[in-house]
Structures are given as C-alpha cells and as structure tokens.
Design a protein around this ligand. Sequence first.
Ligand code: CS2
Ligand code: MG
Length: 403
Amino acid sequence: MPRIVAARVIVTCPGRNFVTLRIETADGVHGLGDATLNGRELAVASYLSDHLIPCLIGRDAHQIEDAWQYFYRGAYWRRGPVGMAAIAAIDTALWDIKAKIAGLPLYQLLGGASRTEVMVYGHANGKTIEETIDQARSYIEQGYKAVRLQSAVPGLSSTYGVSKDRLFYEPADADIPTETVWSTPAYLRSVPALFEAARDKLGWAVHLLHDVHHRLTPIEAGRLGKDLEASRLFWLEDATPAENQAAFRLIRAHTTTPLAVGEVFNSIWDCKQLIEEQLIDYIRTTVVHAGGITHLRKVAALADLYNVRTGCHGATDLSPVTMAAALHFDLSVPNFGIQEYMRHTAETDAVFPHHYRFAGGCMHPGEAAGLGVDIDEAAAATFPYRRAYLPVSRLEDGSMFNW
Ligand code: CS2
Ligand code: MG
C-alpha cells in the first residue's frame, strides 16, 4: 500500500497568497492539494501543519474516503471554512496520488469524461457600461461563450468586481482591510441598464452572468431578478446572504432569473435546503472550500436529483491546483453547468506549471496522470507570504455591511 511518509505546507505569494499541501508516499509519488482561504491563509496552514499532518503520516494514501471521515468526524468541531479547506487539501492530494499510481488523468477515476470539454466564463468589468461591454466584446473575440459583467456603480468610489488592473482582479489588496462604501439604491438603479445595453450591443448568443456578491435583501433580490428577466441572464449570483437558505423562497416567488449560490459554502449542509427545495439553479461550491473532490461529488449528486447544475467558483484566489481539480470534476460530473475561469498571473502560472488549457471558450484538464499540475518549490520560495485582507464594506451611514 502507498504509505504516506511525508507532508508539508507550502505558502507562497506570486502576486497573491496561496497555500498548498504536498503529500508524499513511500515510493516517491506526491500529490498536491489547494488550501487557500483568501484573507485567512495562515489559519489553514496551521490547521494542516499543527493538527492534521501529524495524523496523516503512516496512513494508506489509497484510503481517501476513510481519511475524509477521519478528519471530518475526528475534529469533533465540524465544518467551517478553515477546517474544510484543510480537509479539502488532503482529499485533493490523495486523489492526485491515486490517479498518478493508476497512470490516469483524474477524471478517468471519477467515471470518465461525460463531455468533450468544459464551458467557462470570464470576468468583464469596467468603470462605465461602455467600458464593461467593450471588455466583454474582447472576451467574446477570444472565444468565450459566457461572460460575467460587473460595472462601476455611479457615485461609489469603488464597486465589487471592478478591478484597477485590466485583466487580473485581486480584491485582497491591503494588509489591513480596505474600507469601501456601498449604496444599494444606486446599485439597483445601475444594473438593469448595464444588461439592457449589453444585450443591445452583444446580442443574445453570449451567456451573460452577474454577481450581486451578497448585497441585497431577499425582496431587493426579487426585484432585481424581475428587472433583469428581459435580459435573459445565465445566472444572478449570491443575490442575498445565504445563511438563511429559506430567504431564497421569497426571491424564487418573484423572478424566473436563474440563481447561483455557494462559493462561500463549505459543506453539503450549507446548501441542502436550497437544493432540495429547488431554490437555486446552480451550486457554486468548489474543491478547495467544500471539503475536496470527495465531498463536492456528494453535493453534485444531491443537486442532480433536483435539476440543479454545478457552477464551480474559479476566482484568482483559488490556486491552479483547484483549477486543475475542478476541471477533472467538471469533465465528468453529469449535471455540469459552467466553470468560472479567472486567469492567474504569469508568475502564478510559473509557480504552478499545469496541463489544463483554454480554447474556444472551453477548457480541458489534459491527459497527464493525476491532476496535471505541480508546484515549483524553488520558484514558490521566492515569493514570501504577505498578509492581505479582502475589503470590508459599510453603508453610507457607516453601518457594517457585506463585502
Ligand atoms: C467572486 C470571488 O468570483 C466570484 O464569484 O465572488 O471573486 C470572490 O469575491 C473572491 O473569491 C473572494 O476571495
Ligand atoms: Mg461570486
């Protein structure tokens, strides 16, 4: 049996922080898992190094499900973003090892390919509606079939999803959280015009998406969904904070605009009601934040029973290890919807050489054994950790709000 003899956590910051777990077996096969939690990276690094790795050494690397159950039930304190990201990293690394030993690309161990390629969406954003649409046009020219649109809200000094840099959007931008100001009325006035103009300029063939990023009340979300119905969005994401899953009943009662939720979820329990009551259309849970491939497959299987499709999160704060694992999952899962793809920087790609490729609006994980991604530890060491927080958001009267 492939006994685990070593495991270590690699923290690197090629433009942004990433936390990677590397597990090695007695016969020299190694696997990688992403453990990055944006703004709280060192918490997961410690959870792995100080608490889980001592229990990993000596285990049979083939026993993936048992490892998952051991670290989930064995913690006593279950669920939560830190612990589940740590479990996710172990799970992903063990799947990488198992596939390498089998000499197969991971998707072959997940049931084989259910499609030839994975449709992805890119992020178009701008300071004006025109700038946003121009950037969307450039994505369409690159072959993207789906584009997310985020435009600056007039009157606000900054808006979620609108980057300073043209292509790489990284919100974790300061070593003490940046304070941003939010106005829901101004936002609600601006979004319908963005999508009316987008359909007018870009036509109806391209899938258009939008991320509300947890900013509305349920009734405001119902109103926005109704206002956007004529623009036929592919999805409206994170319309309202989802701790109260029942809140989506109200949104569902007011609009047929498809709803996507789940990037901040870390277990099936966070989305069980949303799925079983068909309150959403896409589940956004990801490999790195929802307990790894083993748990994500269970979320997808539940979703499949209720006509909910996958739409895995794929922002720049999820490392190329997650991107690779997600693409193997996406290629195989029966109820695939779409995959988010925010390109990493060249320095990140240099630290994480990988086989996945983009072409014609779609991606494929490649045919290398395992995940098809590695980490160049010498390159990683040249980018030391640098504390960086996501911003916080306040209303104009100073009340704390949702970023
Ligand atoms: C966003 C994320 O891509 C998305 O849908 O919600 O970029 C999110 O803001 C970041 O992952 C937070 O770290
Ligand atoms: Mg989002």
